[in-house]
Design a protein around this ligand. Structure first.
Ligand code: ASP
Length: 308
């Protein structure tokens, strides 16, 4: 690979965002958030920093932004609390870390990274994840930090109309980032509040390595968003990586194939993928996906609707 090539791709969730369905504020606010996330991640890649730092920085911005279902602005469980999921993977070493049901860490992506770097484990859950976070000295917040009036309204609407978990208006808002750095290393990060009204300790795909997140320098980095149960059943992120590695497919072919298969099972959502050669792709079967890309060629792309 020629030197100095880097690529960062991000998403803020896939779903029923067709033109005319978002308010002017939602549209502009989401675009501003995506732009800020791209800036944070690409500043690191442009100065020769590593992919893992870039995806973590990009995801932190989206976690801090209440427009997205991760960190502040996460959806509520049926009991009316926020339980946060996150994962990271380093494509160079295939080290990975994840948390599910975390409640007090301001940036769950940093907790997932701490699990990867400072514990012998890959995945920690609930009280244990919270205790590990405190031991690691990560920034803690009161649980109401994550709560927003709009997410509360969505929970009330779900309960009043006895809707299914597959979210109000089918708007998944999970966030993620994938990157390839100037050294040809890939990394992926995903962070989510899960689905509105989730119960019984339900865990989605976002914190599951191989389902909602995967990175392998021999193939690609993937972050997913959508109806998590389908992504778990297909092992979507690993499946895309495996197709590229073993069948020699490029990112677009592999991602489109797996999202097509997901659709055949009745699943909705999307993925972002970057490969070590700097190529990247978005693939989704919903009307829209909050997404963006920045590259060493100077590309700065932010989009929401399927036709952009
Ligand atoms: N994939 C997430 C989950 O199932 C939801 C989302 O993408 O917003 O938990």
């Amino acid at each position: 690979m020629p030197e100095h090539i880097w690529t960062l791709a991000i998403h803020g969730g896939a779903g029923g965002m067709a033109r005319g369905k978002l308010s002017v504020e939602q549209d502009a606010g989401a675009r501003a958030g995506l732009t800020q996330s791209l800036e944070a991640g690409s500043a690191i890649l442009a100065r020769g920093g590593n992919a893992l730092d870039a995806v973590a920085a990009a995801v932190m911005e989206l976690e801090d932004d209440p427009h997205f279902n991760a960190g502040r602005g996460a959806v509520f469980t049926y009991k009316g609390i926020n339980e946060l999921d996150a994962s990271v993977m380093d494509g160079k070493t295939r080290d990975a870390g994840a948390v599910t049901g975390a409640r007090y860490t301001k940036n769950p992506v940093l907790l997932a990274r701490a699990v990867m770097e400072h514990s012998p484990h890959v995945m920690l859950s609930r009280d244990g994840a919270d205790a590990f976070s405190r031991e690691q000295g990560l920034e803690q917040v009161e649980p109401n930090y994550f709560a927003t009036p709009e997410r509360w309204r969505q929970l009330e609407e779900l309960k009043a109309n006895k809707l299914d978990y597959y979210d109000i208006d089918m708007k998944y808002g999970t966030v993620g980032a994938v990157a390839v750095d100037q050294h040809g290393n890939v990394a992926a990060a995903t962070s989510s509040g899960g689905l509105t009204g989730k119960r019984w300790g339900r865990i989605g795909d976002s914190p599951i390595i191989g389902a909602g997140n995967y990175a392998d320098n021999r193939a690609c980095a993937v972050s997913a968003t959508g109806a998590g149960e389908f992504f778990i059943r297909l092992g979507v992120a690993h499946e895309i990586s495996a197709r590229m590695r073993m069948l020699g497919e490029d990112a677009k072919l592999a991602a489109d194939h797996v999202i097509n298969e997901l659709g055949q099972l009745g699943g909705t959502g999307g993925v972002i993928v970057t490969a070590p050669d700097g190529t990247s792709t978005f693939s989704f079967n919903t009307p829209g996906m909050y997404r963006g890309r920045a590259t060493s060629d100077g590309e700065k792309y932010v989009a929401i609707y399927g036709d952009e």
